[in-house]
Design a protein around this ligand. Structure first.
Ligand SMILES: *Cc1c(COP(=O)(O)O)cnc(C)c1O
Length: 316
């Protein structure tokens, strides 16, 4: 009994994901395109890397419950981590949350509390529930998250592949902060990053333009996982000390990339991830001069193929 538990507890909650060269994307982009397939993480997105690490750390510090206010991939990662660690999870979501998201959370045995008309209200209520023995898991703004996300770059480094540019999606900037931390801790501080957002969710783009973080009035993109109104300060910090190029694509581009990726690689991802794939599918001018491009396939479990096609019809 103790030996089995011992084995389980020494393993991280995330898995080491495949790193593959995509023939289809390489042909579209006219250069070598590699994929870090974090869509294959057990919770459906890269988020389990950072959230798994944060949950394990908070448990070791004595947390008795994990609380989240995300009805998206962050909440799913907390629910998954809690189930594996044997820690109860409460996720507070607003009334706008889809039935699918609530079902996915319930499938991981999380307690789902529906409260308020918007995320702000759900989040405020979640904060009010927290007592000294609870840990609140932020979706993108926590150094433990960035440390955990950075493991994907450790894996790339161990594989022997040396990319000369990295493409990733930006919501609140947690993935960006983790990947850049990973580049720096592997001696790759010279590798540039393309930080991709969709129109209507471009809070990093606006921050870079302004020279400081700014709050978007509202999110209008279908890429809801990129819908942080303001990026974390750490993402802003990295934009000043690392070569990070902000790129904005349309919802239409992100959605067609999802459809093409499903056909080419048989993996369904959210438009939040399609945004990064679109850069390669459309051979964006920004990629000029780079021979080996690594796309972080961040994944996402909250969109169905029907929903992606429904959205695509609306923004055709
Ligand atoms: C959370 C998420 C993002 C954005 O990550 P941030 O850390 O918020 O920038 C992108 N894609 C998917 C699928 C996500 O779940």
């Amino acid at each position: 009994m103790p030996s089995i538990l011992g084995v389980i507890r020494t393993m991280a909650l995330h898995i080491e994901t495949p790193l593959v060269e995509s023939r289809a994307l390489s042909m579209s982009a006219g250069r070598s395109v590699w994929l870090k397939l974090d869509a294959l993480q057990p919770s459906g997105s890269f988020k389990i890397r950072g959230i798994g690490h944060a949950c394990e750390t908070y448990l070791a510090r004595g947390a008795r419950r994990f609380v989240s206010s995300s009805g998206g991939n962050a909440g799913l990662a907390v629910a998954y981590a809690g189930r594996l660690l044997g820690v109860p999870v409460t996720v507070v979501v607003p009334e706008t949350t889809t039935d699918r998201a609530k079902e996915l959370l319930a499938l991981e045995d999380a307690e789902v509390v529906v409260h308020g008309a918007s995320w702000q209200e759900a989040n405020a209520y979640a904060q009010s529930l927290i007592d000294a023995s609870d840990a609140f898991l932020h979706p993108f703004d926590d150094p433990l998250l960035w440390q955990g996300h950075a493991t994907m770059i450790d894996e790339v480094r161990r594989s022997g592949l040396v990319p000369d540019a990295i493409v990733l999606s930006v919501g609140g900037g947690g993935l960006l902060s983790g990947v850049v931390e990973g580049l720096h801790r592997n001696g790759w501080s010279n590798i540039p990053v393309f930080a991709v957002e969709t129109e209507g969710a471009a809070s990093f783009h606006e921050a870079v333009k302004a020279g400081h973080t700014v709050e978007l009035e509202r999110i209008t993109s279908v890429a809801t996982s990129l819908g942080a109104k303001r990026v974390c300060e750490k993402a802003m910090h990295w934009s000043k000390v690392h070569s990070i190029h902000s790129v904005v694509v349309s919802d239409h581009s992100a959605l067609s990339a999802c459809e093409r990726f499903l056909a080419d690689h048989r993996i369904l991802v959210e438009p939040a991830c399609g945004a990064s794939l679109a850069i390669a599918y459309e051979n964006a001018p920004e990629l000029e001069g780079f021979r080996t491009v690594l796309v972080i396939v961040c994944g996402g479990a909250t969109a169905t193929v029907d929903q992606i096609r429904e959205w695509a019809k609306k923004c055709a």
